[in-house]
Write a protein that binds this ligand. Structure first.
Ligand code: FES
Length: 177
């Protein structure tokens, strides 16, 4: 007579259990070792406040307001701003930060430029455009004022947000909006 009952095979069960345990150990080990690598490639969540971001230094660390305000009046401090754009912050005579920052991006062809303390101008080294301390074109070939961002200080936090109101230098809609 034929026996149709399933044959119990204890050794097969043990093999399955071992395979399962081995797989679990391998998966856990791989996950634990890959996590730091994956975390490295995933950019950290940007701390924002209603579209504003914190001004940062070259290493991506937030810059405390006191660090910039420790400089003399008239200082143009370069920070990493919105979308990583380098942005000049100005220390005013009353020891506060100017409420607008000037984006370090020439409106001619996009070069970055230094602040010339002696001439009191932003001077683009690429094709010679010059801008006033407020970012107004003094000499071409650039023909648009420098882009602004709003600067708000809360305690030690310097928040930068898009400037969407009228351009205070022209009274018109900003060209970058
Ligand atoms: S890019 Fe600045 S003058 Fe041309």
């Amino acid at each position: 007579m034929e026996n149709n009952l399933p044959i119990e095979n204890p050794s097969l069960s043990r093999r399955q259990l071992l395979n399962f345990l081995t797989g679990a150990v391998v998966a856990t080990t791989a996950g634990a070792s890959l996590y730091p690598a994956l975390k490295f490639f995933i950019p950290p969540q940007e701390k924002t406040q209603g579209g504003a971001i914190l001004a940062k230094d070259v290493l991506g660390n937030p810059i405390p307001a006191g660090q910039i305000l420790a400089n003399p009046a008239g200082t143009r401090a370069l920070v990493a701003g919105l979308a990583g754009e380098p942005t000049y912050l100005t220390v005013r005579d009353d020891g506060t930060l100017h409420p607008w920052g000037i984006v370090d991006n020439c409106t001619h062809l996009g070069c970055t430029f230094p602040w010339n303390e002696i001439d009191q101008q932003f001077q683009c080294p690429c094709h010679g455009s010059r801008y006033s301390p407020e970012g107004v074109v003094l000499r071409g070939p650039a023909n648009l004022p420098l882009k602004l961002v709003r600067v708000t200080v809360e305690g030690e936090a310097i928040w930068l947000s898009p400037w969407t109101e009228n351009d205070p230098r022209t009274g018109n809609n900003p060209w970058w909006v």
